[in-house]
Design a protein around this ligand. Sequence first.
Ligand SMILES: [Zn+2]
Length: 590
Amino acid sequence: MPRVTLAGRRPAQVLALLAAAAALLAGAAPAVAHLPSGRTGYRTLADYEADLARLAAEAPRSVRAFALPRRTLLGREVRGVEIARDVHAADGRPVLAVVALHHAREWPSGELTMEWAIDLVRRLKRGDPRITRLLGAARVVVVPVVNPDGFHVSRSVGGALEHKRKNCRVADGQIPTATQCEDPANRDLGVDLNRNFGATWGGPGAGLDPADETYRGPAPFSEPETANVRDLLTGRQVTVLLTNHTYGDALLRPPSAFASPPPPDAALLERLGERIARPAGLRNLTAAEEGEGTGGTDDWAYWSLGSLAYTPEIGPDLGGLALAFHPEFRTVVDRYPGVRRAFTVALAAAADPGRHAVVAGRAAPGATIELSRTSTTATWPVLDTDGIEGAPVAFPEVVRTTMRAPASGRFAVHANPSTPPAAQGHPGRAPSGPLPDPVAEGMTALAPGAAMRRRFTIRPGDDAALGDVRVTWAQPRRQPGFAVYRLGDEGDDARERVAVGMRLTATRQHATLHGLRWNAPLPPGRYEIVATAGERANAAQATVTFRGPQPPAAAAPEAWTLRCLVGGAVAGERQVRVARGERADVGALC
Ligand SMILES: [Zn+2]
């Protein structure tokens, strides 16, 4: 093969060649993909705020800037934009909400959200036919930074705080100062905003300890940042929600725990999930399958409101390395084209009346048409520090949206179903056999690296739909862990890992064993809990309890209250029951 020689070329040409070669080696090939903004690095909080304001200023007819009603713990505004053709019209279009950065360190989630907002506005401006049609049929609401306090600390204060996950709460119920939040000693404090929502608050996969990564907070919606998202989603008819996170390349959907009843819309959620996940290269699975975690945004939006709600976890899993939360910016650029197509599928689904409900009728032109529902929903039976379920917490749920009756008098409100999934009931069954024997063991001392092994048996004919495994450690700071295995037959060394312990409090870890499908009995066989001490000595104790199948729950149908308001007075009112995919026409309302 001929040697490449630079002989005979002028120095300037040589330098140019060398620069081109260096650029190729650095991956800066000439035809690279670009983000809609052209950015090549992560935004700061100020960058997000400037970009949101610029978008609204550039396209005042199709972009409306807004701030959510509550300030954060440190007094910041949480800002967003609403994007639609003729965005200021008070009509009844359905809404796709796209939010990000609940978790402070997950920088790509905010970037992809902001870039799509910019892209939508550009495409609308240049008359892209599909986006123009979709933004005529639906609205898009974008809040790229739900947790600006935490994001600012992660992105701009940096250092040890670069990997802060939660909000700035330091002590339950008390307002922290910026100095406290920027103190590296407080990095691990705060409430996990994606464990603080109602509906499944208090369940498995959420911590009870303020220093825990997944601390659920003292009550559902205890934090202004989560209450803000509740306000955002209950003041609009959000038919599809994307709550963006980083990382794992997965599209997660309800349910978030194995003991959760199956969502009434499970088949639709899976089917639509597949269509959203595919172009972005995401795995399509339930949140429970990826790792139980209750109190999340998607769970609440689905169970309490009926939104088709998903958690995209976008970005590569770099072998569990923390830098996966903000990998080199190139990853954002590379992922964007697929993400754009995925989000557009979600927008088309939000606009599709076959996937939500419509309440239609006739009203005096100019009258205010109000659709509202006031109900009480319950959280998960709240787990205590031992991992034992207690009573659920009831919390009020108020949804209220308005539109103006057009000159024709014919109105249509695109809405979620009147009965939210949490009130739609679920199938169930009676027990077909006894529960397996529970396991309770005393503390066992463990040398460094040693493992405590406890076996238990599920006999043929036993009927436990769930097993709750708890391990208590004497020295929790020594990073111990446990797993549960199903063993092969006697004399067979095969073993299959069926559960991994998640931290519940500083001293306790918890795992749920479950049948293959909801309410299916745990497979009979021999099981083993293996609890392994870290590099230093420890002591551990294991308990296993079992629960039988859940009985069926009857539906408790709810209705929308539809009102016509003229000059502030009620000029007409109906109770309207309407399911997903249905259109209810009330005739003359006022
Ligand atoms: Zn996250």
